[in-house]
Design a protein around this ligand. Sequence first.
Ligand SMILES: [Zn+2]
Length: 413
Amino acid sequence: MVPDDSYGPTGAPDALLDEAIVLLAQLVAFPTVSSASNLDLIAWVRAYLATFGVAAETFPNEDGTKASLWATIGDASVPGVVLSGHTDVVPVSGQRWTREPFTLGVEGERYYGRGTADMKGFIACVLAVLPRLKARGLPLPVHLALSYDEEVGCLGVRPMLAQVAQRRPLPVGVIIGEPTSGRPVTAHKGKVAVRCDVHGRAAHSAYAPQGVNAVEKAARLIVAIEGMAREFADSGPRDARFDPPYATAQTGVVSGGNSVNVVPARSSFSFEARSTDESELDRFVDAVRAAAERDVLPAMRAVAPESDVRFEVLTRYPGLRTSDAEAIVALAMAAAGAHDCGVISFGSEGGLFAAAGIPAVICGPGSMDQGHKPDEFVTRADLRQCLAFLLELGERLARGQSATANLGSISVG
Ligand SMILES: [Zn+2]
């Protein structure tokens, strides 16, 4: 029998790694794509926490089909650390998987399944470690925060954060386990996603000039967006830490028309932009609106006065810029054994936590090179490293090291 404290090559006990993998298999088996309910997964986590005496509260969405979860291990009257992950995963439809996406598959050192990297691997590690942290009786609390609808614009975490932000004391910070290959990350770009609906006028295509072709007008705006993306690349502000070092924009979805011999009256497309600078996102959306007003609508209304182009912001989340002076940064770096922090190009809920007064560090197992792709996987070494990180975090919390002098009442261990 392997004793619990027999540490593997990078510090995590083998028994704990085996537990995390069993938990990961259970998490992957819930097909929690963002369009589906996550309630079964949340109920399962709640029951799991209850087995070692931890109560959880849930924050349901409006129609009661999804929920986020918040649980506290330890004394909530002192500032602690949040460990956070999203329970939803991106769809598998249209992807060429060579294995069953919602059954954990093992091949050598790799564990395959939708969400293994993004980001059920982290949640599994956290759930494996929590009973040990509970048993340890930490002087500073650890909070577990699980959200939904992260992949469709960081929507689900917001109602939970609205409540948590009103509580005192606030946690000193959050560690969000998006896949960063175990490296602490303190910055990423913000994003805005917008839907555009073009309303023209239908006509028989033989009399095309009597109609207003919504698909063609949408295409003009899509080309304009492509031009703005090129301007970002050619002459926009630079931040060399990011890949790419400038803002990006693109159209990701387009629809319209239903027959080649009918002038289409409707077309819709969705586009996005990502930037480190919130005001650059504002200027981008304003520029697309202006292009519609200036370059598209006058010609449409000359033929059909009822023509219209409407914009709706689908999602927006802020970028992340966590100061190196935050206690959570020092804590995450120490626990990860890192000498500096990185940046990522993809987004997270980190900026929303920061806006709620909880500074964020992103640090989780696996790589986004595997996230959102078919045959997504995380490796045994990734999980082992994450468990070692969480155990070390626990050690430091046990010594009271979440707090810095500016938090007052708690001494630094
Ligand atoms: Zn993610």
